[in-house]
Design a binder for this molecule. Structure first.
Ligand SMILES: O=P(O)(O)OC[C@H]1O[C@](O)(COP(=O)(O)O)[C@@H](O)[C@@H]1O
Ligand SMILES: [Mg+2]
Ligand SMILES: [Mg+2]
Length: 347
């Protein structure tokens, strides 16, 4: 018997009434668009100057040609889906598509675009929400991640992989280029509860708060420290690639807030990055926190809001949460972080 296709998987799960087929149609529209994006990026520089910076406007991170191109492709494709509005990392305000339709989509059309010219994996993230009855404007998107109906991301790497949850576990599909069909290659992913691999941008270390310093210091100390075993570190700069690695072989991803201006909530956007990642990780048996709260419980107050994100193998995430709450290491670590310690306590 052949592998289950994405289309078959989506026609075979239970969700109330018509919503199931509407979510299925929307996921299929996003999946089909991702196939076209994967073809475009596979051409590299032959496809044009995709990595060229075209804007560096205000609150937004710099925008590349490919960010805008993929944003347009997704918006165009979703016009034919039951989607009322699209919120995107690349658009300041939501774009209205079919005002009476029942669903909303939030997307990071190209996650990891700093890696485009380097030919390192990057991807597309999406989150599908029920439409708020009152409006299709920004307010309609300000719902906690626990309200998502479907969430996923596609990684454009040596192969193209689509990771999806509709609340019934996390599934991974692989694109068969000969038929342009996604086939399920990992059913009900169960990620490792323990790990010896962490992912963080250590160049920000001097700006971190104490709990993150303590946690990473213990990882670095490995077998010589309280963890009693060595750790390895990985950081691609493409969250989609880091999260896929963590889903498939365990690990912990940390993008905490830090003390720099504009970084108090870290870099990751809540609605279209952290929420879909967090639900996929939880559905695979992992955990996702801001350090203090479950990510999926955070009620957004603005569309492009950032959030600290610490997610992955649950025993490690629990350890970070215990450090934040002061339950772990009370007293015995204080010399290290005291005023005269190796790391001086933050003011
Ligand atoms: O730049 P860093 O610290 O390596 O972090 C990785 C990057 O992950 C991101 O979330 C990637 O997302 P985008 O490529 O969609 O901007 C950035 O916010 C951040 O720059
Ligand atoms: Mg991103
Ligand atoms: Mg992006």
């Amino acid at each position: 018997m052949g592998l289950t296709t994405l289309k078959d998987y989506l026609s075979d799960w239970t969700l109330e009434g018509r919503t199931r087929s509407q979510v299925a149609d929307t996921v299929m529209a996003l999946a089909e668009t991702s196939i076209r994006i994967s073809e475009l990026v596979a051409r590299g520089s032959l496809g044009g100057r995709l990595g060229q910076i075209v804007s560096k406007a205000g609150e937004f991170d710099e925008q590349k040609e490919i960010d805008l191109l993929t944003n347009g492709m997704i918006a165009e494709a979703l016009k034919a889906a039951p989607v009322a509005a699209l919120a995107s990392e690349e658009s300041e305000h939501p774009i209205t598509l079919n005002p009476d339709a029942p669903l909303l989509v939030a997307t990071d059309p190209l996650d990891g675009s700093s890696n485009v010219d380097a030919n390192v994996s990057f991807g597309t993230i999406f989150s599908i929400l029920p439409r708020h009855p009152a409006s299709v404007g920004e307010a309609a998107f300000l719902r906690p991640g626990s309200h998502q109906l479907a969430a996923g991301f596609v990684v454009y790497g040596p192969h193209t992989a689509l990771v999806l949850t509709v609340g019934l576990g996390t599934q991974i599909f692989t694109l068969d280029r000969s038929t342009n069909t996604f086939h399920m290659t990992s059913r009900n992913v169960e990620m490792a509860a323990e790990t010896t691999e962490y992912a963080i941008n250590s160049s920000n270390a001097r700006h971190w708060d104490d709990p993150i310093r303590i946690y990473i210091h213990d990882c670095e100390n490995g077998a010589n420290g309280p963890c009693g075993h060595d750790f390895n570190m990985r950081w691609t700069g493409s969250p989609v690639a880091d999260i896929l690695r963590i889903l498939t072989r365990g690990g912990i991803y940390l993008y905490p807030g830090d003390r720099r201006k504009g970084f108090h909530q870290g870099r990751i956007r809540l609605i279209y990055e952290a929420n879909p990642f967090s639900w996929l990780i939880e559905q695979a048996g992992g955990k996702a926190t801001t350090g203090r709260d479950r990510v999926l419980d955070v009620v957004p107050s603005s569309l492009h809001q950032r959030t600290p994100l610490i997610c992955g193998s649950r025993y490690e995430v629990d350890r970070v949460v215990r450090i934040y709450s002061g339950q772990e290491f009370k007293g015995d670590r204080s010399p290290l972080f005291g005023r005269r310690g190796l790391f001086r306590a933050l003011p």
